[in-house]
Design a binder for this molecule. Structure first.
Ligand SMILES: [Zn+2]
Length: 627
């Protein structure tokens, strides 16, 4: 059934629908009943289906933050909120709250020139022949050339290690490396090497060895042979401290013409065995000049936030008069942003995001419609975030500059992927943030009867983290991941609408219960047992107790906090400090930090250089073993 079907005999039906939506019983209008204009049996109209089908339709184009599709989705939300009777927050005129973010990177016309001894310079500018890498610094660099194989550096672990540089001195040189990793190595080695084959890793390895620039070529024996690496969106706004570009086969051939007795194909073949001892070599008598121009595009998007003022049930005034329900409405568009899991044949298609997170949005709208008619001592804030897929940008922006005092928010309930319930199971996460939660959840669940899975940790890859960081008691509802996650196949027809309607009802009852609590829930800061970002195995073993602030746009790693009693706290680091050097390695952003973590050992003190209020300082930090 499509929304259009419902529309034709709409008037009476829509009035009934709104009544159904407002008062929350589950209803579905049979086609036959509609064609006969019969009054629908209120018991079967879904409170959420229409929202999911609308938001996950092609019209919204996958709702990538900053896109036309996201704008349409924001318009849809504003319209639905007005229909259910919500209004702007006190002191506000509009439901939209704008925020800026780095939404994309573009190549601004990079070029590469090659001058061989005694020969004329050749220069290339075409986009399919030279392209800056998304994290590259912009700049012009010239220098002699060294070929460093796959440019991989894998820290020693156990018996295995791999270092494409070996004893080679690449200081002040331009390093040329192959994309990907050895093609014919055995699977086990490939798995390890793959983890270090990201281009940003290769750039950091070259930068760490003093190289002036990095040039990436796609070898003749690799997939996409001879093509330039596409500019993938990289959320880290800061550059990487090195000029880096990818060049096409024509440039690679011109380079290897200068190497006597060795073709690129032969060089790659030797490396593709996976043998770590195949050395790199100089490309004599050649000077390369790279002129890389990478522009980071600032974009604007909107959070949509509406309000249902208190409708007193009991005491006239309460502490912390706002209860927030929230869900992100953005998704991945056509998958251009880094976290798409589309299979090769799905690449570029609309990522409909029905479960992630049209389901959460639909449930918050439906709960809002129900709450509009329910008694409550606190006001209900209905919030819809954008930029979640890019790093919780919208919710972080809200908590950084909230339109209502942050300490007046009694609680935040987040819904992210609640549309694919299986076996009546509902995960209620972040339950450790208040001692009030277990009882409130249990009481709320009585009329619904979910098999509730309580989880305490609030440090989740969703908007709850922004509110936990602001010391607000929060919960996050989740019905579990599935093979369609972050793929175009996450479609409306796969949504379990009947249980999603129950989630909406549960959410309305939960919000009402919190709204009528005589005392607002207390906040408990849940001690984190792991640090943020836990990338690869080596870093996973080491515990430093830092909490990166993902949304900051400074050079370095800004701390969103430190873990009580952790190494960083013991060293005297605190929220707001910006780490610029760690264990002797320059840190321009989170990636550099992860990279630096690879090289530290448990119990061995390291020097940390940081900025506090712009002033440089240093401490000694002793990494501990992760518990
Ligand atoms: Zn999501």
């Amino acid at each position: 059934m499509t929304t259009h079907g419902i529309r034709r005999p709409l008037l009476t039906v829509s009035a009934l629908l709104i009544a159904a939506l407002t008062h929350g019983p589950l209803v579905r209008v049979s086609a036959q009943a509609r064609s006969q204009g019969a009054a629908p049996d209120l018991a079967t109209v879904s409170a959420t289906r229409a929202h999911v089908e609308a938001l996950a339709s092609d019209r919204f184009d996958g709702r990538a933050a900053g896109s036309e599709g996201a704008k349409l989705a924001a318009d849809y939300l504003v319209d639905q909120l007005q229909r259910l009777g919500a209004r702007p927050l006190p002191g506000q005129q509009d439901l939209r709250f704008a925020f800026q973010f780095t939404g994309g990177v573009k190549d601004g016309g990079s070029s590469v020139a090659l001058k061989a001894a005694g020969g004329d310079a050749e220069r290339w500018t075409a986009a399919d022949t030279v392209q800056g890498l998304s994290f590259s610094d912009s700049g012009q660099v010239s220098g002699q050339v060294v070929f460093a194989g796959y440019g991989l550096v894998v820290p020693e672990s156990g018996s295995f290690s791999y270092d494409s540089y070996g004893a080679m001195n690449v200081k002040d040189k331009i390093v040329v490396v192959l994309r990907y990793y050895p093609e014919d190595a055995d699977e086990q080695i490939k798995t390890v090497l793959a983890r270090y084959s990201g281009l940003r890793y290769k750039a950091l390895a070259a930068r760490e060895r003093g190289a002036r620039a990095l040039v990436v070529i796609t070898g003749p024996r690799s997939p996409n042979a001879g093509t330039v690496a596409p500019m993938t969106f990289d959320a880290a706004v800061a550059g990487s401290g090195i000029v880096a570009a990818s060049v096409g086969g024509v440039v690679a051939d011109a380079l290897f013409k200068q190497v006597s007795g060795k073709s690129l194909d032969a060089a790659q073949q030797a490396l593709d065995t996976g043998n770590p001892h195949v050395a790199g070599f100089e490309i004599p008598g050649v000077e390369l000049t790279l002129d890389v121009k990478v522009t980071r595009e600032r974009q604007t998007d909107h959070n949509v936030v509406a309000y249902l003022p208190p409708q007193q049930a009991g005491s006239p005034s309460v502490d912390k008069p706002y209860v927030m329900l929230g869900a992100h409405y953005d998704h991945l568009g056509h998958g251009g942003h880094g976290s798409s899991l589309a299979r090769r044949e799905e690449m570029g298609s609309i990522h409909h995001g029905a479960d992630d997170n049209a389901s959460g949005v639909a449930a918050v709208l439906a709960a809002g419609a129900q709450l509009a008619g329910m008694k409550r001592d606190r006001g209900i804030v209905l919030a819809f975030w954008s930029g979640e897929e890019l790093g919780l940008l919208g919710s972080a922006e809200f908590t950084r500059g909230p339109p209502v005092p942050i300490d007046q928010i009694a609680a935040y309930v987040n819904l992210d992927m609640v549309g694919r319930m299986r076996d009546n199971k509902l995960a209620v996460q972040a339950a450790g943030t208040s001692s009030a939660w277990p009882r409130v959840i249990e009481q709320t669940n009585v009329p619904i009867g979910f098999d509730i899975q309580l989880q305490n940790d609030p440090n989740l890859p969703t908007d709850t983290s922004s509110f936990n960081a602001a010391s607000i008691p929060c919960l996050s509802l989740f019905t579990g991941s599935h093979p369609d996650y972050h793929r175009p196949t996450d479609v409306a027809s796969a949504i379990n609408v009947a249980d999603l309607d129950r989630v909406a009802r549960f959410t309305a009852l939960l919000a009402q219960k919190v709204a009528n609590l005589p005392q607002p829930p207390d906040f408990i800061k849940v001690r984190r047992t792991t640090d943020e970002g836990g990338g690869d195995r080596a870093a996973l073993r080491v515990f430093t107790g830092t909490i990166p602030d993902y949304t900051s746009e400074v050079q370095g790693l800004k701390l969103g906090g430190v873990i009580d009693g952790g190494p960083a706290a013991k060293a005297g680091l605190k929220e707001g400090d910006v780490i610029v050097e760690f264990a002797g390695r320059k840190v321009a952003n989170i990636y550099d930090y992860m990279y630096a973590l690879e090289g530290v050992k448990i119990g061995v003190p390291v020097k940390v250089v940081y900025l506090r209020g712009g002033n440089p300082a240093e401490v000694t930090l002793t990494p501990e073993a992760r518990k």
